[in-house]
Design a protein around this ligand. Structure first.
Ligand code: URA
Length: 256
């Protein structure tokens, strides 16, 4: 790890706290805090681009996330935070919305029904789940009214508060391709939201990293039509082509 990283971390945390208390000086936007962080990650990668190095860079962020109380209502209701899982050196990084009840209970993203479908998609692409990296825009389960078992999307405030963590994860992992699963991930990564129908199946860019947008697996659970599965699969074929993965004839024909 870069010898200045711990000091930089301290300064950034102090700036973040000052910013949150609403004090006037010093001024630091979340974007500039994110940019300050990036060179530290990139620089230490240049020194040693090993997987273990990336794991070492992710660990202190995971530790900060684990005790985060920036959204007191979420900190009060979560079982635990859900940081991310997979290969810190992954070529492919999937971004979802937020933990659901299963993820909140297990501390791992995408382990419920939608997660099991995502794992199947990843396998159909020729990867094991632990070869890619999976994370969410929000690291806490969005709280629900007492007794309600459903999910709600994150609020804009919750997203803005939590997004710097995802920015740090992406800056360290530096995947070849990002895959945004559903509208919340798109909003988090592109800051804008169009219709999924217009956005999916095309290349976008997140700070220079190619970004593919596709439907969230929970959409496929609600819409079982083969045509919808095929759309997601076509998006994944584009991803495989982009990272120069050989595609078999069998893979090309899935869901046709
Ligand atoms: N949906 C998501 O977006 N993320 C998860 O981790 C689980 C379900």
């Amino acid at each position: 790890m870069n010898e200045f990283s711990p000091a930089l971390d301290l300064v950034l945390n102090a700036l973040e706290q000052i910013r949150e208390r609403g004090e006037k000086l010093p001024r630091a936007s979340r974007t500039s805090l994110g940019q300050l962080r990036r060179p530290a990650a990139v620089e230490s990668r240049a020194v040693s681009p090993s997987t273990s190095n990336k794991a070492a860079l992710l660990a202190p962020i995971q530790a900060r996330v684990a005790v985060c109380v920036k959204c007191p209502h979420l900190a009060a209701t979560r079982t635990q935070t859900v940081f991310g899982v997979g290969n810190p050196d992954a070529e492919l990084m999937f971004i979802g919305e937020a933990p659901g009840a299963d993820e909140d209970a297990q501390g791992e993203p995408f382990v419920g029904k939608a997660g099991q479908l995502l794992t199947k998609i990843i396998a159909a692409m020729g990867f094991r789940r632990d070869e890619v990296y999976i994370a969410n825009v929000l690291k806490c389960r969005p709280d629900m009214p007492h007794g309600s078992s459903g999910n709600r999307p994150p609020t804009p405030d919750e997203m803005q508060t939590c997004l710097p963590y995802l920015a740090e994860q992406i800056a360290i992992i530096q995947p070849k391709v990002l895959v945004a699963l559903g509208g919340t991930a798109v909003e988090g990564l592109l800051g804008a939201r169009g219709t999924m129908r217009d956005l999916r199946g095309k290349w976008h860019s997140h700070q220079g990293t190619p970004l593919m947008i596709t439907y969230h697996p929970s959409y496929l659970l609600r819409n079982q039509a083969p045509s919808e599965k095929r759309k997601v699969w076509e998006d994944m074929l584009l991803v495989l082509e982009r990272i120069d993965r050989p595609i078999s004839e069998k893979q090309r024909k899935y869901f046709t």
